[in-house]
Design a binder for this molecule. Structure first.
Ligand code: C2E
Ligand code: MG
Ligand code: MG
Length: 624
């Protein structure tokens, strides 16, 4: 009698795998489905293996037709497991359309194999304690199974560079175990190892990849962000649309203990899991995502979700009221990939973390794509050194000549045209890019100063713009001092323009930076005075030497008597503080004359010239 114990072990192993796999939630991914099918077929395979050994051993007790049936069932299911191993690796390696073709071809081969195995003659050998089947049906099983096994191996090796390495190695391990088992069984009919090897192979896959726990968040029991990515990728690949809701649970405001936070997350997860037709994911720390079949379902469920999450949560330290905010993504056709959905989402989070309800619709996507394109443009420009500095001359009324200039950033596009700061500075300010742009500009200005003796042209200093985000960096002053040292630039040749910001934190860091730079010899201007953000408190308390009137503020002077009156008083006040004034945006002779009459110290505007590249600027200064 053959070693039937091995078969029972295999059967037990597969039964356990089935138990563990079905006990867990599953996402219904393509590879999950293949794996589940392989488990089911492997179960049939091992069961029929056991039955066939019993049948062969007791041929006198079993009707002959039944003996042949279980023998055929065994070899046929064995070949099908080999086919599924191939499909499993192919599902990961092939793009959707190729996968269809390969799936169809391999499916047809498998069907032909099954038909041959089922129809071809099969003989049984049951004598002298040796039990086995042989004949054309068995030969066909060997041939078809080996075709799939070797295709799987060949496939795994040729697609080495673009397939998940772990998946490759586990499938390869399975195939090798199988081949070894087949060899053993071939030479020793009393050791039917192949069925057991199948169970081993599937165990390897389970341990390595299909262990559904890797998709489950430990803390809350819902699916992980990794699972979300896999599910969305598959939906895009199979062109199945979906709708998504992102829910961010705000945990910053109140003094929540770790335990309270945990209770909140677990409760939110439990409540969300009650929503029908929705798959719940924990995206990151305090963020959940729901994937729903379509926008309609989303609209139906949203009020229910909101009502659910408004209910206070009972924690050990008392009830907590949550303030979740929602980002809706009703139409997945607005993105082309899971990565894009994540990009839109993180874009939203970065931009308006405060707004509690937002919809990523067509218009938003258009806007995000434009901004992402500009971000790309900025990154490339930084990498390829295509940030340029143009200079806008500033005229000193007292000295009757140009004594300084404002450095203004531009991006030289690949096609040679210029991208103006109005288009890219605000975008750079929403990401960390402004820091690099600001540094590039400052470095270019220092380079200019090190190559040109300002004094020779009658110039005293160059003004450089600083964004609020730059001033919030604790290291700003040190970085700028380092750059000035590197180019041997006299800090008194630099005037930095700062703007106002509502944030107190900003103000403290700004002051620290200003004091450090002032100690080094740099001067400061307050830019954009007269725009929405202006606040007299800045003029009174910040160590600036110059106040720059914004273009619109300057031009407002010429609109009505009332504005003229207000601006006259402001000029009076600034003078009282012993600060100097630059009027920006002066375009006409009349404006120029009026401002000169009012003793404005400096004038900057298209009246003289537009901002210009270095060489033009040097020429301009030499000739004026
Ligand atoms: P800003 O600092 O207030 O600079 C003055 C802007 O007004 C410049 O526009 C200048 O060309 C423009 N301007 C000056 N006089 C006239 C005029 O008579 N008529 C008109 N129509 N415009 C005039 P630009 O170069 O487009 O820069 C726009 C803004 O971009 C700047 O406003 C500044 O806030 C920002 N910016 C430019 N370069 C940088 C930089 O290197 N870093 C930072 N953080 N911001 C920058
Ligand atoms: Mg400026
Ligand atoms: Mg300005």
């Amino acid at each position: 009698m053959a070693e039937i114990g091995i078969q029972y072990c295999g059967l037990a192993l597969i039964s356990l795998l089935i138990y563990f796999t079905y006990r867990r939630k599953n996402l219904g991914l393509y590879s999950d489905r293949t794996y589940h099918l392989a488990l089911a077929v492997a179960f049939v395979c091992l069961l029929s293996d056991v039955l066939s050994i019993h049948a062969l051993a007791h041929m006198d007790l079993w009707p002959f037709g039944v003996v042949i049936f279980v023998c055929r069932l065994y070899i046929c299911s064995l070949m099908l497991v080999a086919f599924l191993a191939f499909s499993y690796i192919a599902s990961d390696a092939l793009r959707r359309n190729v996968r269809r073709v390969s799936g169809t071809i391999s499916g047809i081969i498998a069907i032909i194999g099954a038909v041959i195995i089922w129809m071809a003659p099969i003989y049984v050998h049951s004598a002298k304690g040796e039990l086995y089947t042989y004949g054309p049906a068995v030969a066909a099983t060997y041939v078809f199974s080996l075709v799939f096994v070797f295709s799987t191996i060949a496939f795994a090796i040729t697609s080495y560079h673009y397939v998940n390495r772990r998946r490759l190695s586990s499938v390869l391990a399975w195939m090798i175990i199988w081949l070894v088992a087949a060899l053993i069984q071939y030479f020793n009919n009393n050791l039917p190892m192949v069925g057991f090897a199948t169970a081993l192979g599937l165990t390897i896959l389970f341990a390595d990849l299909e262990n559904p726990d890797s998709y489950i968040d430990r803390e809350t029991g819902v699916f992980t962000a990794h699972a979300l990515m896999s599910l969305m990728s598959q939906r895009f690949e199979e062109e199945q649309t979906f709708a998504g809701i992102n829910i961010v649970i705000n945990m910053e405001e109140t003094n929540l203990t770790r335990l309270m936070q945990r209770t909140m997350l677990v409760t939110v997860a439990r409540r969300l899991e009650l929503i029908p037709n929705a798959t719940v994911f924990r995206n990151v720390a305090n963020e959940f995502a729901l994937v729903l079949p379509d926008a309609e379902t989303m609209e139906q469920q949203l009020p229910i979700i909101r009502a659910m999450l408004e209910e206070p949560i009972d924690t050990e330290d008392g009830p907590v009221i949550m303030h979740p905010y929602y980002i809706l993504f009703p139409d997945s056709t607005l993105a082309n990939s899971a990565d894009e959905v994540f990009a839109y989402h993180s874009f939203f989070i970065q931009h308006d973390p405060e707004v509690d309800f937002r919809v990523i619709d067509e218009q938003e996507v258009k806007h995000i794509r434009e901004e992402l394109a500009i971000r790309n443009e900025i990154s490339e420009a930084l990498r390829e050194d295509r940030i340029e500095v143009h200079f806008h001359p500033i005229y000193s009324v007292k000295k009757g000549k140009f004594t300084s200039a404002e450095a203004l950033a531009r991006i030289r596009r690949k096609d040679g045209t210029l991208l103006m700061p109005g288009a890219f500075i605000p975008v750079a300010e929403t990401s960390n890019q402004i820091v690099h742009v600001g540094e590039a500009v400052f470095e270019k200005v220092c380079q200019f100063l090190s190559q040109n003796a300002l004094g020779a042209y009658g110039l005293e200093y160059i003004e450089v713009n600083l964004s609020v985000e730059q001033c919030e960096r604790k290291t700003l002053a040190d970085e700028f001092i380092e750059i000035m040292n590197r180019y041997h630039v006299d800090p008194s040749c630099i005037n930095l323009e700062v703007t106002e910001s509502g944030s107190v934190r900003h103000r403290k860091t700004l002051l620290d930076n200003m004091n450090k730079l002032i100690a080094a010899g740099v001067h400061f201007s307050l830019d954009d005075f007269g725009t929405g953000e202006s606040n007299l408190d800045y003029i009174m308390n910040m160590p600036v030497h110059i106040v720059k009137f914004d273009r619109y503020f300057t031009q407002a002077y010429f609109t009505t008597e009332r504005t003229k009156y207000v601006i006259d008083s402001v000029i009076e006040m600034i003078r009282g503080l012993d600060l100097q004034i630059v009027s920006e945006g002066v375009e006409t002779q009349e404006q120029f004359d009026t401002l000169v009459e009012h003793n404005i110290d400096y004038i900057q505007g298209y009246y003289f010239a537009k901002p210009m590249p270095v060489d033009d600027f040097i020429f301009f200064i030499k000739t004026h």
